[in-house]
Structure formats: C-alpha cells, structure tokens
Design a protein around this ligand. Structure first.
Ligand SMILES: [Ca+2]
Ligand SMILES: [Ca+2]
Ligand SMILES: [Ca+2]
Ligand SMILES: [Ca+2]
Length: 336
C-alpha cells in the first residue's frame, strides 16, 4: 500500500496451499523485522512457517515441529520467555492440556513448556497479555458454565507461577470484549459487555491480577450494536470504542476519559449498508490516526476511511477491489 490508502502494487508470497490450510498468525519469527506467515493443515497435521522477504515474497519455508492432532488449536502466538522470539501456545480443549512451543529464531522449535493442565472444555482462554508488569504474558481464563475466571501469572519460560482471581464472574450473558489499558497505569483492564441488556463494564485492574474497581463507560446499546474496535482515535493515549449497528446502519465512536468513563460520542460518518464489514482498523496514511478498512465481500469492494483525530472521517480512499473469495490480512510486509 501507498501511504494515501491506495494500492501501490501486488506481491505474490507463494501459492498452492489449498483450503485444508489456514493462516494461523502473521508476525516476525526470525527477527529480521519482516512479518512471517504461520500456516497449519489440520487434515494432514502439518504446519509451515513462511519466512518472508521484505517486499511480500517468500524467502524460505521452516518447519516449526510436528503438528499435534486436530484436537489441538493454536491459541496465541506471543513471546513467553523474553528472547524477543514469538512462541506458540497450543491448547487441547478436549483433554484440557496446554503446551507452549518456545521457538528459535530460525522458525524451528527449541523446546516445549507446560504451563499447567486440567482446564476442561468449559474453560476458554480470553486473553494473553502481561497483567502484573513483569513483562511476561499472563493467561486470562474464563469458565462460563460455572461463572469462574482465573488469571495465570506466568514465569518467564512458559511455566505457571501462580493463579490470581480477578473478581467474581458476571453471568453467561456477559462477554469479555477487549483487554486494554483504559486508565493509563500500564495495567491492562477488562471491558465486559452484556449485549442482551446493553450494559457495559470496565474492570480496572491492579497489577497483582485482582480487580481494583469497576467503571461504567455508558449503557443502552442493545444487541443490534457490536463493538468493532477499541483503540485510541483522538491521540490522547486513551483507547476509544468504535460501535456499529448493522440493522440501522449507524456507527458511533465513544471517545473515552482516562478511567473508563465516556467523554463524548463522535460520528465517524454515514454507515455503509450491511453488506459492508469492518475488516481492519489501522493507520494507513502514517498520520498516527487509525483508519477503517471496510469490505463488501458480496461485491468485492474495499474502502478505507481516512480519519481525523476528532473521531470523524476525513476522506475515503479506494485500495482496489478483490474477489469475494479473498480475505484480508493487513500487516506491514515491506518494512526496512
Ligand atoms: Ca520466545
Ligand atoms: Ca506477567
Ligand atoms: Ca489500567
Ligand atoms: Ca482516545
């Protein structure tokens, strides 16, 4: 892409991976600053890591290790042992087992760590991020059947240090929408939503994995509304909340105060009809303000809303169309 939201050229990273293959992650595995592509084939229990050249072409293929069977899923890819190389958290929700593949920087597996087992299929991993400011990602679990949650505080190296209890779980009408720092204390907070009742809560967290307090960002957005993105749209370092109502073709941007309350509502622009979906929110034109990539998969059309820093739309760019069988993955593939 060019930095005005239009397409500069098309690169071809390599073909011939049929529908048995899925892209699990796009991130830099070999420390050359270029994002690489992790593929998995659950039918044949294979995986491949495409190490990429800057410019969008494939340099080579690495094999991260024998694939677990199809009961296993990749939950998250992040650096668990502070060597700057992303590692792979696998989970078998049938048996409740978990594994972390600690990776070398050539795309192969260095070793396997066991963060702890025995969380059956009632449990899901909601988020993996550092909750206690030791730079090691921690694992937030939720059990909607029993309304429990747990936060596994991790050692560097992929093993569990201790379990914290972030607070009594809301009932199963509530879902965790996003985990991000709403009050600028560097500790991630938890945005909950009850779409049935239209209620929203932010759990402001302490850095020991427990809840400090609850903030109320505003209610009354019923189940027609969904949260599309939470990121800072107006450059005050506080994450804002982008809502969409596909029934009425409306959208709203809640500009937030630090502390989890709403400051004001901005209207980013008239909503495209329900054939359009928001594919990605990222800064396409390098003004540090996130922009919105819309896609109409029926017609194969794409549009980028280039945004101003007050939550309104500045202009629309057209990156080019693509067939409706295609899906979008954005990343900066031509760094350097
Ligand atoms: Ca690592
Ligand atoms: Ca941590
Ligand atoms: Ca916080
Ligand atoms: Ca903001």
């Amino acid at each position: 892409m060019d930095n005005d939201g239009t397409r500069s050229s098309i690169a071809y990273p390599g073909n011939n991976r049929d529908s048995d293959w899925t892209i699990e992650e796009v991130t830099d595995f070999n420390q050359d600053q270029v994002p690489d592509i992790l593929w998995r084939n659950t039918n044949e229990n294979k995986n491949e890591l495409w190490l990429m050249n800057s410019g969008g072409t494939r340099s080579s293929i690495a094999y991260p290790g024998k694939n677990p069977d199809s009961n296993w899923a990749i939950e998250v890819v992040t650096d668990f042992n502070q060597d700057q190389i992303p590692d792979i958290l696998w989970r078998n929700s049938g048996s409740g087992k978990n594994q972390i593949w600690l990776m070398d920087n050539d795309g192969t597996r260095s070793s396997i760590a066991y963060p702890g087992n025995n969380r059956d299929s009632d449990w899901t991993i909601e988020e993996v991020t550092d909750f206690n400011q030791d730079q090691v990602p921690d694992i937030l679990w939720r059990n909607t059947n029993e309304n429990k949650n747990e936060l596994w505080l991790m050692n560097s190296g992929g093993t569990r240090s201790s379990i914290a209890y972030p607070g009594k779980n809301p009932d199963s009408n509530w879902a965790i929408e996003v985990v991000t720092d709403f009050n600028q204390d560097q500790v991630p907070d938890i945005l909950w939503r009850n779409s049935t009742e239209g209620k929203n809560w932010i759990w402001l967290m302490d850095n020991d994995g427990t809840r400090s307090s609850i903030a109320y960002p505003g209610n009354n957005r019923d189940s027609d509304w969904t949260i599309e993105e939470v990121t800072d749209f107006n450059k005050d370092q506080v994450p804002d909340i982008l809502w969409r109502n596909t029934n009425e073709n409306k959208n709203e941007l809640w500009l937030m105060n630090s502390g989890g309350t709403r400051s004001s509502i901005a209207y980013p622009g008239k909503n495209p009809d329900s054939n359009w979906a928001i594919e990605e929110v990222t800064d396409f034109n390098q003004d540090q303000i996130p922009d919105i990539l819309w896609r109409n998969s029926t017609e194969g059309k794409n549009a980028i809303w280039l945004m101003d820093n007050d939550g309104t739309r500045d202009s629309i760019a057209y990156p080019g169309n693509s067939h409706s069988n295609w899906e979008v993955i954005t990343d900066d593939f031509n760094l350097v």
